[in-house]
Design a protein around this ligand. Structure first.
Ligand SMILES: [Zn+2]
Length: 392
């Protein structure tokens, strides 16, 4: 609390040095694709992965989950990603008390003789916490939801009549719950040279709503580091019912498998609907998943992949970030909704209410002006982290 109060004092002084803000481009319509994302398949994947048999996908349960992913990839006639093998063994660590595991990966080879050397990665971690004190932690949202997205995107893209020019990798990371061990190993021991991995589309927890607030929002983070990924998102066709909120990845820091990719500057998009009251609890169960939301994110990921795989421009990385007013709107919505509808599982204290009131007032000012200075962006990063660690 002392930390929070101190931080609040620091935050109350804002620099202003105005820069132009982005304005979103209009949506572009494309002809419908013959193969559609299938909600029933997504339901089946989540039911199996979050089922009792897999006991929370850790240890033996994780091995069963890996076999399931392999079987799915085989049934789609995808190629094994790791030198003829669908599994990439991931050694454990005595120092960190981590038992070994395996990443599971498949390849959809590109059709263009030159561009097929470029790889787009669709990924999600499939492991979870296992059992504790006799209770199964099913991890239906964390991250059976993202794994189901990855498997269904693999089906749609591999069965589509459109033959993609670039290659696509589908990867299930193991040991995310153990210091991102699986994705770290993958990036350190990639199946192709790192520079050929052009971008990562990764999902972790896409089936619920932030803090149980019924926001109907999926956050997309990381696009600010790649103009081509920003453009692809601008052009994507998304249904009205999917509220996508773009946030800078620095607002949340390293929280999932994009971390190791970020460290080596491989462009990425991170999809997540955020933490909720059932996060890392035995109550993260399949019947609470918003299946239509998972369907819409899956469709968005497969659309983005199809576009990026054929586009003449390949995603590149930039550290020059233009602050976007969109993220101010997203943070303001979260603060407002938390004030209006305080989470029952975690009643808010005085400092937290003060923080939320402050965020609401300052973001309203920025929004009414219509642009954000770089000083205000620095402030936004700080308050978002406070929000994340002290309120959510
Ligand atoms: Zn997770």
């Amino acid at each position: 609390m002392r930390f929070l109060a101190l931080s609040l004092i620091l935050l109350l002084s804002l620099n202003s040095c105005l820069t132009a803000a982005d304005s979103p481009s209009p949506l572009v319509l494309h002809a419908p694709k013959p193969i559609q994302v299938d909600e029933d398949r997504i339901r089946q994947h989540i039911a199996f992965l979050a089922g009792d048999k897999l006991a929370g996908r850790s240890g033996a349960g994780s091995r069963l989950a890996a076999e399931y992913l392999k079987k799915e990839f085989q049934s789609l006639k995808l190629e094994p990603l790791f030198e003829g093998d669908f599994f990439q063994p991931v050694p454990g660590s005595k120092k960190f008390g981590i038992a070994g595991g395996r990443n599971v990966g498949a390849l959809l080879p590109g059709s263009d003789p030159k561009l097929r050397e470029d790889y787009i990665i669709i990924a999600a971690h499939y492991d979870h916490l296992g059992t504790r004190g006799g209770a199964i932690f099913p991890g239906a949202d964390d991250n059976a939801s993202g794994t189901a997205m990855m498997l269904e995107a693999a089906r749609v893209l591999s069965q589509s009549t459109q033959k993609l020019k670039r290659s696509v990798m589908f990867v299930g990371f193991d040991l995310e719950e153990r210091l991102l061990w699986g994705s770290r190993w993958f990036v350190a021991h990639p199946p192709v040279p790192q520079e050929q991995m052009k971008c990562l589309l990764v999902a972790d927890m896409i089936g619920r709503s932030l803090a149980g607030l019924d926001l109907n929002t999926v956050f997309v983070m990381g696009s600010e580091h790649s103009p081509q990924l920003t453009a692809a998102l601008d052009d994507a066709r998304t249904p009205e019912t999917l509220h996508l909120a773009r946030l800078g990845i620095d607002l949340i820091g390293i929280r999932s498998d994009y971390g190791p990719f970020w460290n080596v500057e491989i462009p990425f998009l991170f999809f997540s609907s955020g933490e909720h009251p059932d996060y890392h609890k035995p109550t993260d169960t399949a019947e609470k998943i918003r299946y239509q939301q998972v369907v819409m994110v899956t469709d968005l990921v497969q659309q983005l992949t199809a576009k990026l795989a054929d586009d003449k421009n390949v995603p590149s990385w930039t550290n020059e970030i233009t602050p976007s007013i969109e993220e101010v709107r997203a943070v303001r919505t979260i603060a407002t909704r938390l004030l209006e509808n305080q989470p029952k599982h975690k009643p808010l204290g005085t400092s937290q209410l003060l923080l939320l009131g402050h965020i609401k007032a300052e973001t309203s000012k920025i929004l009414s002006r219509g642009e954000m200075s770089s000083g205000e962006r620095t402030w936004l990063v700080r308050v978002s982290q406070l929000l994340l660690f002290s309120v959510l």
